[in-house]
Ligand binder design. Structure first.
Ligand code: NAP
Length: 336
């Protein structure tokens, strides 16, 4: 049986291009003891992969590597007694349209309350990132003001809604009017700022947040974050989830020196990696599922169809093509 695979053939210089990727074909063997033959249903494309291509996020992705990210797959054939044909599994997998993977490390998805894709979005690492970093670092209190950048994306859209549930006033920063509309209607943010058209973000922040900012949930970094951080209140908390505005930079970014502000305003600025919370994923999923069932959280996904769309879906993250989680649907589930 032949497998199609997606190879990173060269490291992008700046914005990733389709030419950085190549589809190849390879003969697959049969699963050895402890292995599964898997048919991916969804593959997740994520901004951190770009950072991994520049050595900025472990594990590094090098030219010549087959790309690996999280996915959900159906078991086609099992050589591991814990899994059977037709089961669904979630975990890290190579970008292939059919693959052999070790069963160890894969999560068995059963009795799913939501569509499979949700386990890569609102109940996946992006929803969990929003939940754990906001609760553990942001420590929101009722009546506080929170700004979220990348607010219509997978992490940002959930972070903002959790902030609302916990009684904060929440402003989102996004890259289009359509996204501004989405977050203030479907996701109940109090206001939105379009960073691509706004002429003076600093002034708009001061207008929308006359009481200052207590929590900044940062997904983007760059000049947007410079403007937000300079408006933080004393003892404000900055959750540094990601810096997507920097991932394609070919030159080291420069900017204002914020440390004096950190001292005088007694700010907490903390990064995190969701892997640190892996022992608590079940707790996070339970809480998110509870809010979903209560209709307090809504989510959206942008799903591109077809294995060959993986590079375009990935590049789309840097053009703002996606609303909510960006996924690629590789195949449909088999009806046995
Ligand atoms: P996402 O927000 O769903 O998608 C990326 C979005 O970023 C795009 O839709 C685009 O929206 C925005 N964007 C792209 N280039 C930008 C730029 N130069 N300036 C400002 N915004 C830009 O992606 P995600 O998966 O939820 O990830 C969001 C961030 O969290 C990323 O930085 C990612 O690396 C990070 N992350 C970290 C962890 C962790 O464990 N620390 C886990 C998951 C994700 P617009 O149209 O609004 O520009």
């Amino acid at each position: 049986m032949k497998s199609r695979l997606m190879r990173l053939v060269s490291i992008p210089e700046g914005m990733p291009q389709p030419s950085n990727f190549k589809i190849e074909h390879e003969e697959l063997g049969v699963p050895a003891n402890g292995e599964l033959l898997l048919k991916p249903i969804y593959i997740s494309v994520d901004p951190y992969l770009r950072a991994a291509m520049s050595g900025g996020h472990p594990p590094n992705l090098n030219a010549g590597d087959i790309i690996i990210s999280r996915g959900i797959a159906e078991v086609v054939r099992s050589s591991d007694k814990r899994f059977s044909q037709g089961d669904f599994v979630m975990g890290y997998m190579e970008w292939r349209d059919i693959l052999i993977a070790k069963a160890d490390g894969l999560i068995h998805l059963k009795n799913n309350a939501l569509p499979l894709s949700a386990y890569l979005s609102v109940l996946g690492s992006t929803g969990l990132s929003a939940y754990f970093s906001l609760i553990e670092i942001g420590k929101p209190k009722r009546g506080e003001t929170m700004i979220v950048s990348g607010a219509a994306g997978a992490v940002g859209s959930i972070a903002g809604q959790i902030g609302k549930i916990l009684g904060c006033k929440v402003i989102g920063i996004v890259g289009s009017e359509e996204k501004a509309q989405l977050i203030t209607s479907a996701f109940q943010f109090d206001a939105a700022i379009n960073y691509k058209t706004n002429k003076d973000i600093n002034a708009t922040i001061q207008e929308l947040c006359p009481e200052g900012i207590d929590i900044y949930f940062d997904n983007v970094g760059g000049t947007v974050s410079d403007a937000v951080i300079s408006n933080m209140n004393d003892y404000g908390r900055v959750i540094v989830c990601g810096t997507i505005a920097d991932y394609n930079n070919t030159m080291k970014a420069t900017g204002p020196r914020l440390l004096p502000l950190v001292v005088f305003k007694k700010l907490l600025i903390q990064g995190f990696l969701i892997g640190d919370y892996k022992d608590r994923f079940e707790e996070g999923r339970r809480q998110l599922q509870h809010w979903l069932a209560e209709d307090k959280i809504h989510y959206t996904e942008t799903i591109m169809e077809g294995f060959e769309q993986l590079p375009d879906a990935f590049i789309g993250l840097f053009n703002g093509t996606n609303k909510g989680k960006m996924l690629v649907k590789i195949s449909s589930c088999t009806i046995y």
